[in-house]
Design a protein around this ligand. Structure first.
Ligand code: DGL
Length: 258
């Protein structure tokens, strides 16, 4: 069986990595739309259009399930993709929410993500729908470039983490959802600064979610990673996340003409 995963860039390989660990025999096709990253500051219509193009490309591999690894695309394009495709489409928001409401003790949950994800209120609405929880959100736009520069353990990153998270921590959150594909790479640094927070990593959450719905994925174990543009930082991040699986370049025009 085969699974398609797409993200605006390389950060979604955090999801690819977890899904590959859970389903080593599955054929997994990943598309990172690196030519058009970031999606996090684009409009809703653009995010939906890009997401449809990514999904259509992956359908060409005969995928039987699609994971939207990008939080921004999950926040804006999930419904459209679910309505227009004949296969199950799963976004990262719901699995993260389910874990967070299970973990929180004081019912105060923090959510961090891109500007677009926070603006969509996708996490907030989904959490509030499930009961009496308080949700505190914060857009953290500097995290993506810091991760892409490999500045994971850097003192500047530590300062930025404190700057962004201070307000949420002051509100008394006990659980924090990492609502962006790149943020799992900052999990350890965040945990070191705030050891009392329970951190929900959406890449792990989606792998658990897939397992819980009892999906059996057996195939030839083929793993392919496509990107729409190359850059030194993408290569570096890819190596950190999935080692030596090569990045295959895909012309953006192919994606747009589908
Ligand atoms: N993949 C995006 C997300 O998870 C982060 C990068 C972007 O802004 O496109 O929201």
């Amino acid at each position: 069986m085969s699974i398609g995963i797409f993200d605006s860039g390389i950060g979604g390989l955090t999801v690819f990595r977890e899904i590959s660990r859970e389903f080593p025999e599955a054929d997994i096709y990943y598309l990172g739309d690196t030519a058009r990253v970031p999606y996090g500051n684009k409009s809703k219509n653009t995010i939906i259009r890009y997401s449809l193009e990514c999904a259509n490309y992956l359908l060409g591999f005969g995928i039987e399930a699609l994971i939207i690894a990008c939080n921004t695309a999950s926040s804006y394009a999930l419904e459209t993709l679910q309505e227009s495709l004949d296969i199950p489409v799963i976004g990262v928001v719901e699995p993260g929410v389910e874990l967070a409401i299970r973990y929180t003790k004081n019912r105060k949950i923090g959510v961090i993500g891109t500007q677009a994800t926070v603006k969509s209120n996708s996490y907030k609405f989904s959490i509030e729908e499930k009961g009496d929880f308080q949700v505190f959100q914060k857009a953290c736009p500097l995290f993506v470039p810091l991760v892409e520069e490999g500045m994971i353990d850097h003192k500047i990153t530590e300062m930025v983490i404190k700057e962004y998270l201070e307000d949420l921590v002051k509100e008394g959150i006990d659980t924090l959802i990492l609502g962006c594909t790149h943020y799992p790479l900052l999990k350890e640094s965040i945990q070191r600064i705030y050891p009392y927070l329970t951190i929900v990593d959406s890449s792990k959450a989606i792998a658990l979610y897939f397992n819980n719905i009892g999906t059996e994925f057996k195939g030839r174990g083929e793993k392919k990673i496509f990107i729409t543009d190359e850059s030194h930082s993408f290569e570096k991040l890819k190596n950190m996340l999935v080692g030596n699986i090569p990045l295959e370049k895909l012309e953006l025009s192919k994606l747009c003409s589908l």
